[in-house]
Write a protein that binds this ligand. Sequence first.
Ligand code: CA
Ligand code: CA
Length: 270
Amino acid sequence: MKNIRFFVLGLAVLSGVAGFATSVQAEVITGQSGNVRAEISYEQPQEYQYKNVQIKIVRAGKSVLEQNLPQDSEYDRPIGALLDKNDQNKLPVLDLDGDKEPEVVADFFTGGAHCCTYSLIYRYDSKANQYKKVRQEWGNGGYRLKDLDRDGLPEFESRDDRFAYAFTSYATSGYPLQIWQYRQGKMIDVTRRYPKLIYAHAFELWQTFLSARNEVDNGKGFLSAYLADKYMLGQGEDGWQKVKQAYKGSDRNQYFAELRKFLRETGYLK
Ligand SMILES: [Ca+2]
Ligand SMILES: [Ca+2]
């Protein structure tokens, strides 16, 4: 079950919040690749509030970007600020798409028990000598950077967070696998290019369902995510057969109807 719920950045974040301070002092997190150096600064947090969050990107000693970041609220904070002091990679600066130019990946957490995490990904536009960003929402979850196909470029391994609370509580929600690539300023959902990983993920969800089906909500949350994975594998019908055989809840007809509707709304069932 643990592996299915691996990215609860939010929870890790809460436990790492810095202590209260009496004087306002700037704190900085940094990252560097080649001659590109990025930093995020903010006032020392007071009562979990982060003020004056700024980003700065310097190329070969020259500042190219320097701006205040809009925050959803004052609880909105850079995740790097909450990592262990010895963590070297607080503000990742790395080439995500193989064009030899590093991007800056700034992760944030908006506060609350789970929700939400998001990334601001900055890309250098050499013609304009400017950085342009995209914002990627991760919801309650997060992601891991991992080179899944070993081509030397990292993928964002994540989950479809729309399944949080969809059929049950947060703790018993399961999620379909989601894999993203960053290419020239855009985030692309490439999950279906990794059928072996989806298969392994579906298998794991099924195992989790089996161990949870006698508990609250009969393992509904895991079964829903399992079926979404099966659709991505082109095995929707096979998935439904297994689901109908295995689900023992007394609300089966209603659950199946709602599940079908949800899978259509989320684009798994076409
Ligand atoms: Ca790049
Ligand atoms: Ca890769």
